[in-house]
Every structure is written in structure tokens, then in C-alpha cells.
Design a protein around this ligand. Structure first.
Ligand code: PMP
Length: 400
């Protein structure tokens, strides 16, 4: 689908056609996004918001238009709830730090799940350490599905927030976040959703979900690196302390006291990555032109097809067999180390990721050093799925 918009897919590695199956790490960029970046620097590069001059106003308009595009894309109620960050990691750190500083006290509890990316664990550990709070963990079963029924017991009157992934980057599981949010809210506990692996693969409606925070990165959804979003419900953002201090986030500064700017600027200290923000808009428009439903259906077909093909390989073991998955396949073959398999796939032009995928607790759960992970985007093909399968077969022969 639409491969001609992604020039990098014509590259050869070691003289072989590139089969790019590392999309959960980062997606490739369509020409409209690449052109938007050069167009920004060629025509309107300027610092935003405070400039009276023409270029500054043009850049500000483009920047703020993107906020509206993001608002529509995730169905937020207001652009005041859309905060630009450097990526999902910074978005989660922002919430852990600001929410933590405002609400976490000694003896309080934060719940994360066992399948979280390190960037939805470590910021909470830091916040807990800082405030004397405790981290509690919602486990998953051996298929890689969260045991949601445990949540009722885990939540106590000291629970201050639940932070959980929409989609797991190492297992591919789509979590039942509607249920998680409903249970947490019935105890008046807010919920942060890490949407890094979801926003490019399924429609997201933060108002229908009723989540309190939703965090994601642009670079996993065809946009440039270095740009991300933190959605937060307005009432939390109004109450929370700012994350960083500096220009843009203030209303008045004296040496005695500083008052903060209104939302969303209160959480956007300093000069933002304006060109990358505009690139994010082009990426969203690109996705919308194709349609998320169509993209999801294509990736689901690829997931089913590839899983079936790989399953025929003797000794293969899938890590993550949830009933509801996106286009992420983690696997091991016999006792071959995932790194060795990854290198041999790379030699054949097939780009996959190996290792713990920043989810060490997941690897601990399965008592494995890591996995080989193939992950799909809208431009992947069934031929590429076949190339992956034959490359695995060949690598297995070479290693045994
Ligand atoms: N959460 C999940 C589920 C992820 O897959 C990733 C990236 N691998 C992140 C958070 C962090 O994203 P970034 O590195 O773009 O900040």
C-alpha cells in the first residue's frame, strides 16, 4: 500500500532489497512529511508566538493548526488539552513528574502493568522514590494478556494513578483499556494510557475512552523524530504543577513570584521543534487520506498471514499470543539466540529488532533473554512476509 510515497523503501542493504519490519521502533516517512520539513526551513523558519513579523506569524499559524489536527485525530475536547513534547517518553515523564509533584505523597501507590515499556515504568519509579510512594504491578498471563480482574484488588484507597499501554510493543497485545479505565474510575483513580504503539494502527478517541492522559510519539506514526504529544484532561492540567520552567510557560515573572501561562503553553517551556510539529500534521493528514480502518485491516491481514507462515517453521515459539493483537510478532526459534537470528536476517536484507525491546519485565516473565520482533506498517506487503519467513528458515539452517 502506497510504497511509492516512501523513497527509503527502494534502498538496498548489502545489495538486497530492504525489507523493513522494524516499524514498532520507528516508521519510515512519506515524501509529504519530508517535504514539509524542508519547506518549513526554506520558507518560514522563525520562532513562534511572540513575533510580530510575518514569518513568525506564518510559523505560529502552522504550529497551532497542527494542534487542531492532533485534537481532531485523537478526538480531544479542546486544543488546550494537547501538549507538544519530544515524544512518548517525555510525555510520560511530564505526567509522572507534574502529577507526582501535585498529588503523590508518602505511602501512596501507583499501578503500572507488567508489560510496560521502560518509559512507562522508570518515570513512575522516579516519582515514587521522590515522594515515598510504592509501585504496584498488574500482571499478564502466559498468552500476554493483562489479568484485568486483578485490578480491583490492586487498587486501594492510596492508589493515585494507573498507567498502562494501549498496545504492547514487545507482545503486540491490544489491552482492554476501556475496562481498565472503567474499573479505575469507579475508584476515582485517573488513568494514563501509553499510546505509542496504537495511534498509527487503530482509531483513538480520548473522550470516548475517558482516559485522563494519552501519550504518544510522532516518529512511530510516519512523522519526524523529536515530536510527541501528551493529551491531558483540562482539569488535571490546570491543577498540575508545570513540568519545566522557562520562556513561553509564564504569564508574569518577578524575582518574588512567577505566574504561569494558560493551557497548553503552561507545559511547553522553551522553543519547540516547530518544523517537526508541522511534519506531524502532514503525517496525520497522510494517515487520514488512507483511513485508519483500512490501515488496521491491512496490518491485521499481514499479522494473520505472517503468523501462519512462521508457525510452519519447526521449533518456532511465539511470545505474545493474545486474542487481540496489532501487527507485532515476537518469536524465538529453538535455542537460537535472538541476536544471532537478527544478524542473519539483516544479512538477507530483513530489518527486525532483537533484544528485550525496553520491556525487561516481559522477558523476565517468560525467562528469555529477548525475542526477534517483526512489526508492520501500512506499506508492508505479503511478499515481504514471505521474505521474512524464508529468511528465518535459511538462518535456522545456517545456525543448526
Ligand atoms: N511506549 C511504548 C509502548 C513504546 O513502544 C515506546 C517506543 N519503543 C515508547 C513508549 C517510547 O517512545 P519514544 O522512544 O518515542 O519516546
Amino acid at each position: 500500500m502506497n510504497r511509492e510515497y516512501f523513497p527509503i523503501l527502494n534502498e538496498k542493504v548489502y545489495g538486497k532489497p530492504l525489507v523493513y519490519l522494524d516499524n514498532a521502533a520507528t516508521t519510515q516517512k512519506p515524501v509529504s512529511v519530508i517535504n514539509a520539513l524542508s519547506d518549513y526551513y526554506l520558507r518560514i523558519n522563525s520562532n513562534i508566538h511572540r513575533g510580530v513579523h510575518c514569518l513568525s506569524q506564518l510559523a505560529t499559524n502552522e504550529f497551532e493548526q497542527t494542534r487542531e489536527t492532533v485534537r481532531q485525530y485523537i478526538h480531544a475536547g479542546s486544543t488546550q488539552e494537547v501538549i507538544f513534547t519530544r515524544g512518548a517518553t517525555e510525555s510520560i515523564n511530564l505526567v509522572a513528574s507534574s502529577f507526582g509533584n501535585t498529588y503523590l505523597h508518602e505511602g501512596d501507590e501507583v499501578i503500572v502493568s507488567e508489560m510496560e515499556h521502560h518509559s512507562n515504568i522508570v518515570p513512575w519509579q522516579l516519582a515514587c522514590e521522590h515522594h515515598g510512594a510504592k509501585l504496584r504491578v498488574l500482571p499478564f498471563n502466559d498468552k500476554g494478556e493483562l489479568i484485568v480482574s486483578d485490578l480491583e484488588q490492586l487498587i486501594t484507597d492510596r492508589t493515585k494513578i494507573v498507567a498502562v499501554a494501549h498496545v504492547s510493543n514487545s507482545l503486540g497485545t491490544v489491552n482492554p483499556i476501556e475496562d481498565i479505565i472503567r474499573i479505575a474510575h469507579s475508584h476515582n483513580v485517573p488513568v494514563l494510557i501509553d499510546g505509542a504503539q496504537a495511534v498509527a494502527h487503530c482509531p483513538v478517541n480520548v473522550q470516548a475512552l475517558d482516559c485522563d492522559f494519552y501519550c504518544f510519539s510522532g516518529h512511530k506514526m510516519y512523522a519526524p523524530m523529536g515530536i510527541g504529544v501528551m493529551y491531558g484532561k483540562e482539569h488535571w492540567l490546570n491543577e498540575m504543577q508545570p513540568y519545566q520552567g522557562g520562556g513561553e510557560m509564564i504569564k508574569d515573572v518577578t524575582f518574588d513570584k512567577t505566574t504561569y501561562n494558560e493551557l497548553p503553553f503552561k507545559f511547553e517551556a522553551g522553543t519547540p521543534s516547530v518544523g517537526d510539529v508541522i511534519g506531524l500534521r502532514k503525517a496525520i493528514e497522510y494517515i487520514q487520506n488512507i483511513g485508519l480502518e483500512k490501515i488496521a485491516a491491512h496490518e491485521q491481514a499481514l499479522l494473520n498471514y505472517t503468523t501462519e507462515k512462521l508457525a510452519a517453521i519447526e521449533g518456532i515459539r511465539f511470545i505474545g499470543e493474545a486474542a487481540h493483537k496489532t501487527g507485532v510478532i515476537s518469536f524465538l526459534v529453538g535455542d537460537i539466540h535472538p541476536y544471532d537470528l537478527g544478524v542473519l536476517l539483516d544479512n538477507q536484507g530483513v530489518a527486525v529488532r532483537t533484544g528485550h525491546h525496553c520491556t525487561q519485565p516481559v522477558m523476565t516473565h517468560f525467562n528469555i533473554p529477548g525475542t526477534v520482533r517483526a512489526s508492520f506498517a501500512l506499506y508492508n506487503t505479503f511478499e515481504e512476509a514471505d521474505m521474512l519467513t524464508s529468511a528465518v528458515v535459511k538462518a535456522k539452517q545456517m545456525l543448526s
